[in-house]
Design a protein around this ligand. Structure first.
Ligand SMILES: [Zn+2]
Ligand SMILES: [Zn+2]
Length: 124
């Protein structure tokens, strides 16, 4: 696999490679998810780090993701923002209105998704 695979600028502050599966470099990314992440990045005016974007089914299983994970269809991303309280980040994400938001307090990241169903919130 070439290092430059997916090294494509898809928005001012995001590259496609940031969303690709770490095991195989495959990637799916819904424009609605990217749009909301861009909105978040613009609101924060600081880098948004994508911990996990697309996951192939094999990788998703390896990291213990749920079988029908939105990560496997390009609708979800787990994010962190340096030097920012997770609770403050959560508030901003609520305003941007991601349909799914998971608040992972101990692991210190937020799961964000643009699922087509009703709004879902959870905390771990
Ligand atoms: Zn993979
Ligand atoms: Zn997630």
């Amino acid at each position: 696999m070439l290092n430059s695979t997916n090294n494509i600028k898809i928005a001012k502050h995001f590259r496609l490679s940031e969303f690709s599966c770490p095991c195989c470099n495959r990637v799916m990314l819904h424009p609605k998810l990217l749009g909301k992440l861009v909105e978040l990045r613009n609101t924060l005016e600081r880098p948004v780090y994508i911990n996990s974007g697309y996951r192939c089914p094999k990788y998703n299983q390896k990291v213990g993701g749920v079988v029908s994970s939105y990560h496997c269809i390009g609708l979800a991303a787990d994010i962190t923002v340096k030097d920012m309280e997770l609770i403050s980040l959560l508030e901003i994400c609520e305003n941007i209105d991601f349909n799914g938001i998971g608040f992972y307090e101990k692991k210190n990241f937020l799961h964000l998704d643009v699922r087509p169903t009703r709004r879902v919130r959870w905390r771990e």
